[in-house]
Design a protein around this ligand. Structure first.
Ligand code: URA
Length: 431
């Protein structure tokens, strides 16, 4: 294979063959194709695109750059493109596991405004998501579920390519995003992949059109590579739930799993919907039957038991977590400036405040304050009166810039005089 000829081919807008894509990625992984040729290919893909088959081939090739896991039982996972207050993995994954499906879920740390699943989960004292792959495999076999960090053995080509995309203006290319996200999900070995593609102010995909395009490309690439797959495009204009941070999000998930979730019915229902998609595709049963099974497993405490078993297997101590939540921390409450109904809460503004309070990290390796974040006191549609609580800023100790953060958080809320109709969280279904 002569890399330059493949660059000419893609620059002219032609489709690359499966073997050509495989050899290009293989050469790049081994260092035989230099960064400048990979960067040129990334730009050519960005400008010319890739068809569904090429995207699936790129994904397989990236998966094969490292280790990939195989299971001898049915497996499924859900991947979210990430959002503000997105704690759904702590509900959906245990719920699917409680329905008898094994869930090997490799995840990442957060960078930027929103925290990652691993960071949130590690706010439970003792718990680690840094599991060697063989330990990850045994937790999945013992418990039916593990949420762990991907290791360096998984998709080394993605790590190298992402670093180039970041500095060559090629991060936004849909085939490259699909290859990057899906290769890691393929490597964990899940036979069913369900995607939560979020759209709105607090999401990576700001418009509905771009979110639908990404969701469709992910589902098609997964299906063409022999996996069962579906996606929901969901709203991320406003935060999910009351809690935005780390420990507070885990606590809120535990409340939903324990059915102590007043005011969180929308999140509970969305979680049931995602888990039902996983169950229905994996078991080959109707979505209605799967929904019923998931609702039962949530109500009878089986999903909570799965979550607890996973926490214990990964070293976590929920008694110490309960004591951590009782620790006196810095809290500052913002109040409604007028009476009315909450019409809107800007997810991006809330995320920015939570980030500045210490809930996120600017660069890899930065320390996160597990107790930092924002706790909403009112959600969209709620009636508020002048002086009633809208939200609390929280952190382990008094933060810098409290006034600025409180003012920004207040600006996230819009209050109107008449009742507000809540939007559905599900915007589009892709299968
Ligand atoms: N997440 C990834 O892992 N890769 C991308 O390209 C975008 C989001």
């Amino acid at each position: 294979m002569i890399a330059k000829l493949l660059l000419d081919k893609k620059r002219e807008g032609h489709a690359l063959g499966s073997a050509e894509i495989r050899e290009f990625i293989d050469g790049f992984t081994k260092g035989e194709i230099p960064d400048y040729q990979m960067s040129a290919m990334a730009m050519a893909i960005c400008c010319r695109g890739m068809n569904e088959r090429e995207t699936a081939d790129l994904t397989e090739a990236m998966m094969n750059s490292g280790r990939s896991l195989k299971w001898d039982f049915p497996t499924a996972d859900k991947h979210s493109t990430g959002g503000v207050g997105d704690k759904l993995s702590f509900i959906i994954q245990p719920l699917a596991a409680a329905c008898g499906i094994n869930v090997p879920s490799l995840t990442g740390r957060g960078l930027g405004l929103t925290g990652g699943t691993a960071d949130k989960l590690e706010s439970i004292p003792g718990l680690t998501c840094s599991l060697p792959l063989d330990r990850f495999q045994s937790v999945v076999k013992e418990v039916g579920l593990s949420l762990a960090l991907q290791t360096d053995e998984i998709c080394p080509a993605d790590k190298k390519l992402y670093a180039l995309r970041d500095v060559t203006g090629t991060v936004t290319s849909i085939p490259l995003i699909v290859g990057s996200i899906l290769s890691k999900k393929f490597a964990e070995g899940s036979g069913t992949l369900v995607f939560d593609v979020k759209t709105g102010r607090g999401a990576f995909m700001k418009t509905k059109e771009s979110a639908v395009e990404l969701a469709t490309a992910m589902v098609k690439a997964a299906q063409l590579s022999g996996r069962k797959s579906a996606a929901l495009v969901t709203d991320m204009d406003s935060p999910l739930g009351y809690a935005v941070g780390n420990a507070n999000e885990v606590k809120e998930s535990l409340d939903i799993l324990s059915r102590a979730d007043k005011g969180l019915e929308d999140i509970r229902d969305l979680s049931v919907e995602f888990a039902a998609l996983m169950v229905s595709l994996t078991k080959g049963i109707s979505l209605d039957d799967a929904r019923e099974m998931c609702a039962e497993k949530l109500a009878d405490g089986s999903a909570l038991a799965k979550f607890k078993a996973m926490v214990a297997a990964q070293g976590g101590d929920l008694d110490r977590f309960a004591r951590l939540l009782e620790k006196p921390t810095f809290k500052f409450c913002i109040q409604a400036p007028k009476s009315g109904y909450v019409e809107d809460i800007d997810a991006e503004k809330v995320a920015r405040v939570a980030f500045r309070l210490g809930a996120g990290r600017e660069k890899a390796g930065d320390r996160i304050d597990p107790l930092a974040g924002v706790k909403l006191a009112a959600r969209i549609g709620d009636k508020v009166s002048t002086g009633s609580a809208l939200a609390t800023l929280e952190s382990s100790s008094e933060p810098d810039g409290l006034e600025r953060n409180a003012a920004e958080l207040l600006k996230a809320f819009s209050i109107v005089s008449g009742p507000v109709v809540k939007k559905s969280l599900i915007i589009e279904r892709i299968s």
